[in-house]
Design a protein around this ligand. Structure first.
Ligand SMILES: Nc1ncnc2c1ncn2[C@@H]1O[C@H](COP(=O)(O)OP(=O)(O)OP(=O)(O)O)[C@@H](O)[C@H]1O
Length: 281
């Protein structure tokens, strides 16, 4: 019987038990550079400029910065889900420049992304049930640890939701379905790209609480992309502050959000007074 079944935790299994303190890092990015080419003018634009970061197993790391600072490009390139950049990336111990498409495809389920717009992430022609069925058919062994009712219970949804289509779900329900779909894959890394900014204020706190709970119960690491320091403060241990493609400051939240060294971080904090770090305990 797998450890996941024994403990009721969807994170680890007998071959790959989750011991965040001793597991190798989930992601190590060294000097990543990503350029975009403007389709209209053909000009090359540097979206990520020599960025390095490390996410240890089970860690919760944020990348913050204003719109257009390169956060999404960094997250997608670093996890092999977006354009390829220059630099050294090790995802779960595999160098992305050394592995082929087949091996990258095998790694894909280990990284799950929760996007800003939950309705846009779900196929409008599929009910929740048929969407889950499709995921299960793609990864039968990986997804066998739970049934749909149990899975939905873990994101605090009831089974009635199974026969609904995305347009029949509220924003908060749709985002919970997206989180459930990510959870089903037992990922080692969850990338949450502004997961609450498309939602009503009333449900934002619920979704953040859910992500926090899933992180602690599964041992999955979290890479949180946000422009909101209050969100980062509530969920993350380490923060990287991005400005115009560069990381201008990085460190534990209790340091960076208390005594920021960079002017840009100070400006972000001044714009959100409630975002200053204070103990969550
Ligand atoms: N596929 C693309 N082609 C050309 N330029 C792009 C592409 N994707 C992003 N960009 C540009 O790269 C820069 C960084 O974009 P990115 O989406 O990574 O920033 P961001 O910090 O995540 O912004 P936001 O918070 O608005 O999502 C922006 O100027 C954007 O316009």
């Amino acid at each position: 019987m797998s450890e996941a079944v024994q403990t009721g935790m969807p994170g680890g299994d007998a071959r790959h038990p989750r011991h965040p303190a001793t597991d190798p890092p989930v992601l190590v990015v060294d000097n990543l550079v990503v350029d975009h080419r403007d389709r209209g003018t053909g000009e090359v634009f540097r979206a990520v400029d020599h960025v390095s970061l490390r996410i240890d197993a089970g860690a919760s790391v944020a990348v913050v910065g204003e719109s257009g600072s390169g956060k999404t490009t960094l997250a997608m390139a670093a996890t092999g889900l977006g354009v390829r950049g220059d630099g050294d990336i090790r995802l779960l111990g595999h160098s992305l420049s050394a592995i082929g498409r087949t091996q990258l495809r095998r790694l894909r389920p280990e990284v799950q992304v929760v996007f800003q717009d939950p309705h846009g992430s779900l196929d409008p022609r599929q009910s929740v049930r048929s969407g889950l069925r499709e995921l299960r058919s793609l990864q039968p062994q990986r997804t066998a640890w739970t049934d749909d009712t149990d899975l939905l219970g873990r994101v605090r949804l009831t089974p009635e939701i199974l026969d609904r289509y995305p347009h029949q779900l509220s924003g908060g329900q749709a985002q919970r379905v997206c989180i459930a779909r990510a959870l089903l894959m037992r990922p080692r890394l969850i990338v949450a790209d502004e997961p609450t900014s498309g939602l009503d204020v009333s449900v934002q706190a619920d979704v953040l609480a859910l992500l926090r709970q899933i992180r602690s119960s599964t041992g999955a690491a979290l890479l949180m992309i946000s422009h909101d320091l209050a969100v980062v403060r509530s969920l993350c241990d380490v923060v990287h502050v991005m400005y115009r493609g560069r990381v201008v400051e990085a460190g534990p939240c209790e340091t960076v959000l208390v005594a920021p060294e960079h002017e840009y971080t100070r400006e972000l904090l001044a714009a959100m007074p409630g975002a200053r770090w204070r103990s969550r305990r």
